[in-house]
Design a binder for this molecule. Structure first.
Ligand code: MN
Ligand code: MN
Ligand code: MN
Length: 278
């Protein structure tokens, strides 16, 4: 059994179509795949059809953006009913937030003399959920930066011009929507927010308090010390442990579908929720 509970398709900022994502999962021996596009469930239907055809178990997922005390935070919803009214309402609100955010990022970049970023990013997103990676690709295409990493470092990452997060629903709101739609809320990549350990522990406490059930102990390939730190958060707060690649694109070999550090034995893996006793 190989679970990958965090992946993206071209419906948000991934490169592969939902069908191609499922094919790659199959090829990489993933047995249980969660498609967790940013603030959209638009790829789940196509993914489900492909998964049935290829014998992959699809877990309906989503990655919701939120804000906690000034930090941009991501919460995974796993095993959701994507069409539950609570989820639909949440996704509508998140889509509006995304649009307002993208306009503001465009305005802020224009003030720095970078014109047409909103339109450019929207063109690159080609109808998918518009996010910072699309702005990054625009900045690369315009030769303003050499690569996507530099775009985040200079313009879009935490604390930079394009770091706009005030429009998202609150963490309790997104967790409630996930839970009401039958899913489990997992705090995504806890070590990527660059919080001090004290703030990180407060975040995890607030997450659990609001009904969060799991934490992504392993996100892609990470160091032993990162795994130990995340595992301590999971066991210390009594949260289930999730794991996934956060796969976006085949041209990032360090982030391959189905590949992530194994969850340490002291943690309780989230997949016990989907394992049937035979
Ligand atoms: Mn992404
Ligand atoms: Mn994320
Ligand atoms: Mn992600």
């Amino acid at each position: 059994m190989l679970y990958d509970l965090h992946t993206h398709s071209s419906i948000s900022d991934g490169i592969l179509s939902p069908e191609a994502l499922v094919s790659r999962a199959k090829k990489n021996s993933v047995t249980h795949l969660a498609l967790t596009d940013h603030d959209t469930v638009g790829g789940l239907e196509a993914a489900a059809v492909a998964a049935t055809a290829q014998g992959v178990q699809l877990i309906s997922g989503v990655e919701l953006s939120t804000e906690w005390r000034g930090a941009g935070i991501h919460v995974l919803g796993l095993g959701i009913d994507p069409y539950h009214p609570s989820m639909s309402e949440t996704l509508r609100s998140q889509a509006q937030a995304r649009e307002r955010r993208a306009l503001e990022i465009g305005d802020r970049l224009a003030r720095l003399g970078i014109k047409g970023a909103f339109e450019g990013a929207r063109r690159i997103a080609s109808g998918g959920t518009l996010g910072r990676p699309h702005f990054a690709r625009f900045l690369v295409a315009e030769k303003i930066v050499p690569d996507v990493e530099t775009a985040f470092k200079r313009y879009l990452g935490a604390g930079k011009t394009g770091d706009v997060k005030q429009y998202w629903l609150t963490m309790p709101e997104v967790i409630a929507a996930i839970t009401e739609s039958g899913g489990v809320a997992a705090l995504a990549h806890p070590l990527k927010y660059k919080l001090t350990l004290t703030r990180l522990r407060r975040l995890v406490g607030a997450f659990k308090e609001a009904g969060g059930a799991a934490i992504e102990v392993c996100s892609g390939k990470q160091s032993t010390s990162e795994t130990d730190a995340a595992a301590r958060l999971a066991t210390g707060f009594g949260l289930l442990a999730s794991g996934g690649s956060d796969f976006h694109s085949p041209d990032k070999p360090w982030q391959e579908l189905g590949e992530y550090t194994s969850i340490p034995a002291q943690c309780t893996p989230i997949w016990q929720l989907w394992e049937r006793v035979c």
